[in-house]
Design a protein around this ligand. Structure first.
Ligand code: PRX
Length: 652
């Protein structure tokens, strides 16, 4: 009997379309050809220290480094002996140039206010607020929680911390008081910076009240600084809470940046693992800055004239790296938007692009699928001709969503960069360079400079083309996480123990015959059906490619015969009837696109899918539902509880 090799993740989705960068785009780009990219990439892998040292020279240093890299696996130190300040690189550096009076941040609030801060003005505000921090006895090495909406003050607070060497930990404004409390406890923070509220879909999110609730028990917090955003009625605790605007009255704008060691901690950002409590991912100063600087420059091929918009909330790593630090390090104009994409109507994003003449848009597949669902008529109402480049991040993008993005938003004119990376990696790792690398819908394509990814089987052996496996990174890179805050052992075990010396991403992927990476998704989202491993995202992609499907989530459930069976939760486009015939049709559709092995055993129609506030589908909950259990796992990160209730009471 033939032995079934079920160790590898099988990847059945075949995508044949290829889009070359237009000649016009390539001619103007920094990296103009595939050959140029390949040459630079090879050099960067052969001599990473040389490559990164060259890039690092474009930054402003207080003292030169003595050694580029010290690698004692799994601990890396970059630019040892160097002194640097991130806020100086994002601000002061540009004041010496024509950028002094250029817009650094263009902001739009959900209710519609607009604000622009030039580099000069942003510098002024950051210096003043850094002095407020000092006045409140917050200093180098102190941890500070930032719990703010996506408003300029979030960037100001982050940059002010970086200026004096305080370590910020931004907590997403959609998180609850429990999440704030846990993060305060884990980080031992001394201060919280928050607002009286934030706007979301016309309502007010009570940020300050959430902080008050989080501080009910004894904590390390001595000071809460409150920005007035909504003028909502809030409680101010005497002796603990102060108003941002009042504090500014006591300070001037003279605050020289502190020269910090390259490895000085910059921030802690909490991210959930598949199990257990959130992990505090620690990033340090010079390496992180270099990573986000180089990727913003090459991946977005950013220009002085560009208006660049990354739609992420500042509470996520994408907000850190590509709303605030990356674009400012490059002296670019970054647009920030506070609110929801469908407020007051589903065309808010397109309205913003038209109003501000946005050139680069960086958003997430979950948003793209929502736009598809809302209908093209919302897009067509607006002039999007200013766009020249589109980006995607956060999860695998289904080829159909990619195509829609490229055609309907990009007008077939803009390259699409599907960028793969993680909170842990700090910056983009696998991505096309828009002027050089031909793209294939659904593939994050090729590694960025200095990044050495591989796909391996269980024994750690690299697999051949089109064979699925685990994605690892074989070399340290400057913006890699340095540890899990306060838990070295977990850091070692989680990321470095399975293939010693190699970083385990936790994602499954395959490489095609041209070396392109196709990310399948998290390994825990991978099913094993009759000895075949199937990436759930591939089945989802197949489902979403059906004309009547808006969104799909696929999970496994135990199956006596096959090991695991496939259950698909499907939301349909507006006005489509959820009939039994359609279920059968969808099964056939998947069979046709991937193979009979991937056909869902069960298709369940749902009005909506349970998601985290960052838009990730919570498959864990769906798994429990698929197996007929009641949901018992942690639901604190679920955005909308009613979705779960409806699904539990769903048909069948
Ligand atoms: O599974 C990958 C998926 O998101 C994970 C990282 O999530 P997080 O740390 O929250 O960071 C999100 C923003 C970088 C990865 O392990 N992921 C992210 N980008 C992509 C992706 N999967 C496929 N394609 C991508 N472009």
């Amino acid at each position: 009997m033939a032995k079934i090799d079920n160790r590898n993740i099988e990847s059945h989705l075949k995508e044949k379309r290829v889009f070359k960068p237009s000649r016009e785009f390539a001619r103007a780009a920094r990296i103009k050809t595939l050959a140029q990219y390949q040459k630079m990439w090879r050099e960067s892998i052969r001599s990473p220290e040389k490559f990164w040292a060259r890039e690092a020279k474009e930054l402003m240093w207080r003292a030169p480094w003595k050694k580029v890299l010290e690698w004692k696996p799994p601990f890396a130190k970059w630019f040892i002996g160097g002194k640097i300040n991130l806020s100086e690189n994002c601000l002061d550096r540009h004041l010496l140039t024509h950028r002094r009076n250029k817009a650094a941040i263009i902001w739009e609030g959900e209710p519609g206010e607009k604000r622009t801060l030039t580099y000069q003005q942003l510098h002024h505000e950051v210096c003043r607020f850094a002095n407020v921090l000092k006045r409140n006895k917050i200093g180098k090495g102190d941890r500070v929680i930032i719990y703010l909406p996506t408003i300029p003050e979030a960037a100001i607070a982050m940059l002010a911390c970086a200026r004096i060497g305080a370590v910020h930990s931004v907590v997403f404004g959609g998180f609850s008081s429990d999440a704030i409390r846990d993060r305060i406890q884990d980080s031992g923070a001394v201060a919280v910076i928050t607002a009286d509220g934030s706007y979301r879909r016309g309502g007010i999110v009570p940020l300050k009240k959430n902080v008050d609730d989080a501080l009910r028990e004894r904590s390390t917090i001595k000071r809460v600084i409150v920005f007035r955003r909504t003028a909502a009625d809030i409680h101010m605790e005497e002796g603990r809470d102060v108003w941002w605007h009042r504090e500014l009255e006591y300070v001037n704008a003279n605050c020289p940046p502190v020269a910090l060691d390259s490895e000085h901690p910059l921030y802690i950002l909490y991210t959930s693992g598949s199990t257990g409590k959130p992990k505090g991912i620690l990033h340090t100063t010079a390496g992180y800055l270099l990573g986000i600087y180089a990727t913003t420059k090459y991946v977005f091929d950013i220009r002085d004239e560009d208006i660049y918009w990354c739609t992420a909330d500042v509470g996520w790593v994408t907000g850190h790296s590509y709303v605030v630090y990356g674009p400012l390090a490059c002296g670019a104009t970054t647009l920030m938007y506070e609110g929801a994409p469908n407020w007051p109507e589903p065309d808010r994003f397109w309205r913003i692009i038209e109003d501000h003449r946005v050139n680069i848009l960086y958003t997430a597949p979950t948003a793209i699928r929502a736009f598809i669902r809302w209908g093209d008529e919302w897009v067509k109402k607006h002039d999007l001709s200013s766009l020249r480049l589109l980006g995607s991040v956060g999860e695998p993008i289904n080829p159909e969503a990619w195509m829609w993005y490229q055609r309907t938003i990009g007008g077939g004119r803009c390259p699409v960069v599907d960028t793969w990376w993680q909170t842990e990696t700090g910056c983009i790792m696998i991505t096309p360079l828009p002027g050089a690398v031909p793209t294939k819908p659904g593939s994050a394509t090729l590694p960025f400079f200095g990044v050495d990814p591989a796909i391996v089987d269980l024994s750690g052996k690299e697999v051949g083309p089109n064979v699925g496996g685990k994605l690892i990174i074989r070399k340290p890179w400057p913006s890699m996480l340095r540890t899990i805050y306060g838990d070295k052992e977990r850091y070692k075990k989680q990321y470095w123990s399975e293939y010693p010396g190699n970083y385990l991403t936790g994602d499954g992927a395959r490489r095609d015959e041209e070396g392109y990476f196709w990310i399948v998704g998290r390994i825990d989202d991978v099913l094993n059906v009759a000895g075949h491993r199937l990436g759930t995202s591939e089945i989802e992609s197949a489902l979403v490619s059906h004309a009547r499907v808006a969104e799909a989530a696929v999970v496994g459930r135990p199956d006596e015969l096959k090991g695991q069976g496939v259950v698909a939760f499907v939301t349909l486009k507006a006005n489509v009837d959820p009939t039994a015939a359609l279920k059968a049709e969808l099964r056939e559709h998947v069979g046709k696109h991937i193979g009979a092995i991937a056909k869902p055993d069960e298709v369940r129609f749902a009005e909506a899918l349970p998601k985290t506030r960052s838009g990730k589908i919570m498959r864990r909950l769906l798994k429990e539902l698929a197996t007929g259990k009641t949901v018992t796992g942690d639901t604190t990160t679920l955005e909308d509880f009613s979705v779960l209730a409806k699904l539990s009471g769903a048909e069948e």
